[in-house]
Design a protein around this ligand. Structure first.
Ligand code: SF4
Ligand code: SF4
Length: 251
């Protein structure tokens, strides 16, 4: 079957131990107001357009014969300033496995599934994992934990490292700032208690997740699991502009 990805990053050093290849899955059920990867939210391919540099020459609006341009109503190949790209590419599990094998022959590193939310494409992951296990000896997942518990259990059991976000302990604040309840996430968290290959992460969003009340409530929820606090980096909302989206964390 096909999966849909928005990036494959080689030589990553922050997505698990050692050198890694990080595979970014498109689609996420959450809408965190601070999300740095807005191109990973929708499960479908999306046009990205650098509107501010457009001279409105109209060339991309003229009819073209490229199959891949048809869904977007614009020619993706004609812009003299290269302002049009598409985020999201369909790829078969065997093709991705072959690509990861070629990368692995050079880097000998691990592979991390990230996103978006990789568990939104669990069926694709289930097909991919046995194809790459013979040559990738270290698999990791970065997940929001928002997934059906049986899917969460099945995929995390296959992983050497699990990085799971717990962003907000309070259910109503969680809903307000991420768009979903944290009930399912906390249910899945309980299935990780006692495991030795889990790291819980909390992004420190000023005034939202970084409050002493939230951090101490999270500490209680995660019990003895290792906890990483991720600093909030000031972020340019340029990717939101390219997608025609509003950056929700306006201050
Ligand atoms: S071809 Fe490029 S510059 Fe011309 S209208 Fe399209 S996006 Fe703008
Ligand atoms: S879970 Fe991650 S990818 Fe999804 S909206 Fe939140 S920050 Fe973005």
């Amino acid at each position: 079957m096909d999966g849909i990805l928005f990036d494959i990053k080689q030589l990553a050093i922050h997505d698990g131990p050692g050198l890694r290849t990080t595979v970014f899955f498109k689609g996420c059920p959450l809408r965190c107001r601070w999300c740095h990867n807005p191109e990973g939210l929708s499960p479908a391919p999306q046009l990205m357009y650098k509107k501010t540099s457009c001279t409105h020459c109209g060339l991309c609006r003229k009819p073209c014969t490229h199959e891949e341009c048809r869904p977007f109503g614009r020619c993706l190949h004609i812009c003299p300033n290269n302002l049009l790209t598409v985020s999201g590419r369909r790829i078969g599990a065997e093709e991705l496995a072959a690509r990861l094998a070629r990368i692995n022959r050079i880097s000998h590193g691990g592979v991390t599934f990230s996103g978006g939310e990789p568990l939104m494409q669990a069926a694709f992951l289930k097909e991919l994992i046995p194809l790459i296990r013979p040559f990738v000896h270290d698999l990791a997942i970065e997940t929001s934990g928002y997934a059906d518990p049986s899917v969460f259990h099945e995929i995390t059991e296959e992983m050497d490292h699990i990085f799971m976000d717990i962003k907000l302990a309070d259910p109503s604040m969680h809903r307000e700032h991420t768009g979903v309840s944290n009930e399912l996430i906390l249910q899945n968290l309980t299935s990780l208690y006692g495991r030795t290959n889990v790291t819980i992460r909390t992004p420190l969003i000023p005034g939202i997740t970084d409050t002493p009340e939230n951090l101490s409530a999270i500490k209680k929820l995660i019990r003895d699991l290792p906890h990483e606090l991720l600093p909030y980096n000031e972020f340019s909302p340029v990717k939101y502009e390219m997608l025609g989206m509003e950056y929700p964390l306006k201050r």
